[in-house]
Design a binder for this molecule. Structure first.
Ligand code: GLC
Length: 566
């Protein structure tokens, strides 16, 4: 079946975390002018769109994911004129622009929330979820339900001087919006139209599948739930209706692309969110494969890397949606540790692993998302103390661990490898002061001390340039419809070292093979491929066609793309 073509299916999205990308005015924080100065770098990599993590006005309690004005640019990033210039400069280079839509919650400093708290009769009160507390057996006031926030602790915050609480599924400074209120939905559609009118081409919806809650509210009685209440606020009953409404009132009026960041959606719902017929979202992110080195996706509790789990995450999502929707391919983002520093990968394999991961991920079925710095193999930071880490979530977890009597040294060791701070250190441009991020002002988040060795200039000058490898890979992908639209077929799903899948479209086929381990692995050519019909189209460690054989001894993190020529 011929796949329905669309620009976003052929796109490659580069994610920018604006605070840490490029600081043009030397105030320690990245900004829009800095981004503009690097657009050619992004374009030349082969990206065709940029997703900007929040650029809006925000008190930065969660670094922009707490928005205080959806229609204003944070002054540290620049002005609205700078943003208009950014759109023009992106479009002039053929780069589409995607904004982050953080619609589950606002900042507690948003004018709506302030008005809601200031006056009980304010119409803004019903923009949020405010409920009277309950009394426990001893008559003490307790929150309306026992739900916990994704950032640890209770999901309800008491409103000072009252017996009422407001719901926040994230930090207390991120009150949840009440999507049951049609005015809230109207506001959100209006915000989308505001940015679309400016020329924005798409949106990434932050924790989108938490906007519809199950009413009336109930306690979570399941003792096995670590995070209480998920069944009452994830994939809620009106999710599909709310998304359709955003489409009717905003998204479908423009040529947009949408991707939802989900809190592990139920399969049935996920299918509906992205079904091409349903008019909800174009794609969602899947992070199941990124839980293959931690327990239950709780990033701070590491476990030995499990390749079979990684494959189920990376590949099953491709198989699941063939013919119905579209997929995304992700290795990193601003919430994840650096990919070359996880999955059991040793430092000495940084180049091999960076190129291997790019091949096995981005030759799959879906739109590639690349996070700033991933294209030069930036690594996790060897943080020396808790104080060096700025992410509030890191500190919530440290506090939680302390409360559970986990020694600081233990929680620090765990957090170091998993903390979101690893993704948020400044981009490493060159070996000059602060990695060329700025001219020497102290960056808001410390620079990774490995910057003298790992930076864009050094990478580009090296024979083993990861950037150039990405460039080649993305160009190849773009040139082959099979690598974009072809269905994925997996081989040897239970193999614990090797990942293998093919892509086929019409009568054209490619085979992707990679050794996801630090020791040699044997790979046996699947029986439906003929050796004399194969050639090597891309390889990260220099294999030649002459070496094609029934059994291949793959080097650590070696990846090969075979093309079938019939
Ligand atoms: C998403 C964002 C994350 C943020 C959270 C709350 O998961 O990616 O950075 O902290 O939502 O908005």
């Amino acid at each position: 079946m011929a796949a329905k073509t669309n620009w976003y299916k052929e796109a490659v999205v580069y994610q920018i975390y604006p605070l840490s990308f490029m600081d043009s005015n030397n105030d320690g924080m990245g900004d829009i002018c800095g981004i503009i100065s690097k657009l050619d770098y992004i374009k030349e990599l082969g990206a065709t769109a940029i997703w900007f993590s929040p650029l809006y006005a925000s008190p930065w309690k969660d670094y922009g994911y707490d928005i205080s004005d959806y229609k204003a640019i944070h002054p540290a990033f620049g002005t609205m004129e700078d943003f208009d210039e950014l759109i023009r400069e992106c479009h002039a280079r053929g780069l589409r622009v995607m904004m982050d839509a953080v619609f589950n919650h606002t900042s507690n400093e948003h004018a709506w929330f302030k008005a809601a708290l200031a006056d009980k009769t304010s119409p803004y009160r019903d923009y949020y979820i405010i409920r009277k507390g309950k009394k426990d057996k001893e008559g003490k006031l307790i929150p309306p339900t026992n739900w916990t926030s994704s950032f640890t602790g209770p999901a309800w915050e008491r409103i000072e001087g009252t017996d009422e609480y407001y719901l926040h599924l994230f930090a207390p400074e991120q009150p949840d919006l009440n999507w049951e209120n049609p005015k809230v939905r109207e506001e959100m559609a209006g915000i989308l139209r505001f940015w679309l009118e400016k020329g924005v081409d798409g949106f990434r919806f932050d924790v989108f599948n938490m906007i519809s809650k199950v009413y009336p509210f109930k306690d979570d009685k399941n003792p096995l739930h670590f995070q209480k209440g998920v069944q009452y606020y994830v994939d809620g009953p009106r999710m599909h209706e709310f998304l359709k409404e955003l489409n009717d009132k905003a998204l479908s009026l423009y040529d947009t692309y949408t991707v939802g960041e989900s809190y592990t959606p139920d399969e049935e719902h996920a299918y509906r969110y992205i079904n091409e017929e349903s008019g909800e979202l174009d794609t969602i992110f899947h992070f199941e494969h990124l839980a293959a080195d931690n327990i239950f996706g709780l990033k701070m509790i590491p476990k030995p890397f499990n390749l079979r789990q990684f494959k189920r995450g990376l590949i099953d999502t491709q198989l699941r949606y063939h013919g119905s929707g579209w997929n995304t391919l992700v290795l990193e983002n601003h919430d994840q540790a650096r990919c070359v520093s996880r999955f059991g990968i040793k430092k000495k394999y940084r180049y091999e692993a960076a190129t291997f991961l790019a091949m096995i991920t981005y030759l799959g079925w879906g739109t590639p998302f690349i996070y700033q710095g991933q294209e030069i193999g930036m690594t996790n930071t060897d943080f020396k103390s808790r104080g060096e880490m700025k992410d509030p979530v890191t500190h919530f977890i440290f506090d939680l661990a302390k409360g559970l009597h986990v020694p600081d040294s233990v929680s620090f060791r765990m957090m170091k490898g998993a903390a979101r701070d690893n993704a948020r250190t400044p981009m490493q441009w060159d070996a000059s002061v602060n990695a060329g991020f700025n001219k020497g002002a102290e960056p808001w988040q410390c620079v990774n001390p490995d910057y003298k060795k790992i930076n864009v200039s050094a990478d580009l000058a090296s024979d083993k340039s990861i950037y150039r490898f990405y460039q080649k890979l993305l160009a190849l992908r773009k040139s082959e419809d099979t690598l974009i639209y072809g269905n994925t077929i997996e081989y040897y799903p239970d193999d614990r070292q090797v990942i293998t899948y093919s892509r086929c479209y019409g009568d054209k086929r490619f085979l992707i093979v990679g050794n996801f381990s630090g020791v040699r692995a044997d790979f046996i050519m699947p029986s439906d491929f003929e050796l004399d019909e194969l050639s090597i189209r891309m390889t990260n460690l220099g294999r030649s066609d002459a070496e094609i054989a029934e059994v291949l001894h793959l080097e650590p993190y070696e990846a090969i793309l075979f093309e079938e020529n019939r």
